[in-house]
Design a protein around this ligand. Structure first.
Ligand code: KIV
Length: 262
């Protein structure tokens, strides 16, 4: 199917109780594979700072880098909705700067939406993005760009704050709310209290959909794997075995063979 997933598709999935799937991609082949698998949403997350660039937080990721990866991902897709993260500190500076940066991302990557960390405090910026015609997802609960302000990657347990953020994001016009690292009952409560879909990560199964970092769920990362990740493959192990076999074949003179030669 080549019809692109839209904000209306996601809204109708929530109404019908159909779960939404979202995975991250940072390059053309991964995005193509996810698009062909009919994943509804592909997120070009600023998690690329950690899983692609090997940095310890998402904070150093730049606008240019988001555009560079977003452009490759969007080019690979026909069906999935492509969402590009606004990197730090785009959503935290002036509203004009936020809108200008998001518009630049949309124009240059050809993505369909952006994601911004923040809820109640960023409501005016979300409203300005939506008024400028930029479909926006609000990312609440644990906000990785605030890791230093909140003292680490911790489960967020403040129910009042979560409900306030979810409601403010919806009222400001966000078409979806992403909820990270909160207890399942809070995420479920937030999901039931708003009309737009929620996508959870480390937030239990009460959200309207789920997102994971693709590199984590495919077992491609070597470092720490968060508790909320389910690992569906071990690509790192399979790749290391393939590399070892290649080296062995070269060293033994078995590769290249006749069929691999001109
Ligand atoms: O940057 C990212 O990939 C994200 C997901 C972890 C939701 O925000």
């Amino acid at each position: 199917m080549n019809t692109r997933v839209t904000v209306k598709t996601l809204q109708s999935m929530k109404l019908k109780g159909q779960k939404i799937t979202m995975l991250t991609a940072y390059d053309y082949p991964t995005a193509k594979m996810l698009d062909e698998a009919n994943v509804e949403c592909i997120l070009v997350g600023d998690s690329l700072g950690m899983v692609v660039q090997g940095k310890t937080t998402t904070i150093p990721v730049t606008l240019e880098e988001m555009i560079y990866h977003g452009e490759m991902v969007a080019r690979a897709t026909n069906r999935s909705m492509v969402i590009v993260d606004l990197p730090f500190p785009v959503g935290q500076l002036s509203i004009a700067h936020t809108v200008e940066s998001a518009a630049t991302i949309m124009k240059r990557t050809q993505c369909q939406a952006v994601k911004m960390e923040g809820g109640h405090q960023q409501a005016a910026a979300i409203r300005a993005l939506v008024d400028a015609g930029i479909p926006t997802i609000a990312h609440i609960g644990l906000r990785p760009q605030s890791v230093h302000a909140i003292g680490g990657y911790r489960v967020q347990r403040d129910a009042d704050q979560l409900m306030k953020d979810a409601k403010a994001a919806e009222e400001a016009g966000a078409f979806c709310v992403l909820i990270e690292c909160v207890p399942p009952d809070l995420a479920r409560q937030a999901t039931q209290s708003i009309h737009v879909p929620t996508i959870g990560i480390g937030a239990g199964n009460g959200c309207d959909g789920q997102v994971l970092v693709t590199n984590d769920m495919l077992g491609w990362n070597s470092g720490y794997v968060p508790k909320f990740v389910r690992q569906y493959a071990d690509l790192r192990k399979a790749s290391a075995e393939a590399v070892a076999k290649f080296m062995q074949d070269v060293q033994s003179g078995d590769f290249p063979g006749q069929s691999e030669s001109f």
